[in-house]
Design a protein. Structure first.
Length: 418
């Protein structure tokens, strides 16, 4: 039987179909998103050449595979994408679980952050959908649309790239002639000028030559400006870069704890020392974990009580596990940095929020009702100017003790009072 249609009745055309691999389009876009995040992180890892090359290789693979898979999909190529992204995700997982000892810059475990986690999630999406496409094979289906998966991936990748840019790395590099170039200052990437002479065009060469220790003027520490800790005799380029990285990373990330109530919600407790002019908040369960020197998970925060009753965040106090002896601490910034312990403080025996209540006696013992502070090596990183520079230890009777044979360092070169 034939059914007549009204002359003005619209005819609905069926959606166009084609033979395609289900899910391969979304897998390709997810891979491209992960590759873009990796590409954005290349520059901030450039002080470790091998690590930077790995980021380049992963970014090229993920973006390249994604572009080809969009326009020339095939089952075998879907398998290639799944394998490549699996390797990338496995590498990320290794750096978050134990570190990778044979790759410079990845030797120690790092805490997962938004940027790298988002990148790994996109990689996992690419793996899962690419494998599914390879297993299912070609199917007749509607022509895939790119808008929705593209928007989802962009909503993840763009914030991840912005977040990743907060991971600040070195402001110094070593030139071919062995000189140290402070990237935070204007400088010439051309041929180096002779020692002590102006460079071409009349501008002064700002590099520090190995045989001219004071070529770069010392800059006072100002957390609102590019971090420059140069000009200290006996500090190598690598040590300076490590110290600058730690300060810059702390300056950028520590303000997330500006409100002490946020810290309390995360498990920090005051030790009750506000009367000294600064107040320490400690997250006791973080002291012996495997995350160190990280402003996203600092063991202790230092606040300065204000006249109006508020508290101003002024420093992180990073603590190593109390199983680490003071003579076993990492070198970090050489003469710029120094760890100390507090082996003369006595605390209450409250298992949740111990309070400092006195000092040890001449024999190094606390009263029976009190207990000694665990001898966990620690180092301050100040986000406000200090007389002894950004790694200044607190002064006074409870200021702490340094390793035997050392004298307490005071970085007067970068201190505000000198």
């Amino acid at each position: 039987m034939t059914i007549a249609m009204q002359p003005n009745e619209p005819v609905v055309s069926p959606a166009p179909t084609t033979d395609r691999l289900p899910g391969i389009t979304t897998a390709a876009i997810a891979s491209i998103g992960a590759g873009v995040i990796h590409a954005g992180a290349i520059g901030i890892h450039n002080e470790h050449a091998a690590l930077a090359r790995i980021f380049v290789a992963v970014a090229v693979f993920q973006i390249g595979w994604g572009m080809i898979a969009l326009f020339k999909p095939s089952r075998w190529f879907a398998v290639v994408g799944a394998i490549g992204n699996t390797v990338a995700v496995a590498g990320w997982l290794a750096t978050r679980v134990s570190g990778v000892s044979f790759i410079e810059g990845l030797e120690t475990r790092e805490a997962a952050q938004f940027a790298d986690t988002a990148c790994a999630v996109l990689g996992l999406v690419a793996v899962g959908l690419a494998l599914a496409a390879a297993l299912v094979g070609l199917r007749t289906a509607n022509i895939g649309r790119l808008t929705f998966p593209s928007l989802i991936v962009a909503a993840i990748a763009i914030p991840a790239m912005i977040s990743g840019s907060a991971h600040v790395h070195a402001h110094s590099s070593v030139a071919a002639d062995g000189s140290v170039v402070n990237e935070a200052l204007p400088h010439d990437h051309g041929a180096p000028a002779a020692t002590g002479t102006p460079a071409a065009g009349g501008t002064t060469d700002t590099t520090v030559h190995a045989h001219q220790a004071a070529a770069v003027p010392v800059v006072k520490y100002d957390p609102t400006k590019p971090i420059d800790l140069g000009g200290v005799d006996g500090v190598t380029a690598e040590q300076q870069a490590v110290a600058e990285n730690l300060v810059a990373f702390t300056v950028v990330r520590l303000p997330q704890w500006s409100d002490f109530r946020t810290a309390e919600a995360a498990g920090f407790h005051s030790i009750g020392d506000a009367a000294t002019g600064v107040e320490h908040f400690i997250q006791w369960s973080w002291i012996n974990d495997d995350v160190t020197l990280n402003p996203d998970k600092p063991e202790s925060l230092v606040y300065e009580p204000q006249p109006d009753g508020t508290k101003k965040l002024v420093s992180a106090m990073y603590l190593l596990p109390d199983t680490v002896a003071l003579d076993q601490v990492p070198e970090l910034g050489g003469k710029l940095t120094q760890f100390h312990v507090h082996n003369n403080l006595c605390f209450t025996k409250d298992p949740v929020a111990p309070l400092v209540r006195g000092l040890t006696d001449a024999a190094g013992n606390c009263p029976a009702a009190l207990q000694k502070f665990p001898e966990a090596p620690m180092i301050h990183v100040w986000i406000t100017p200090q007389d002894c520079g950004p790694f200044s230890a607190l002064e006074g009777i409870g200021a702490g003790q340094v390793a035997e044979g050392e004298t307490k360092l005071c970085d007067t070169a970068h201190g505000k009072g000198f």
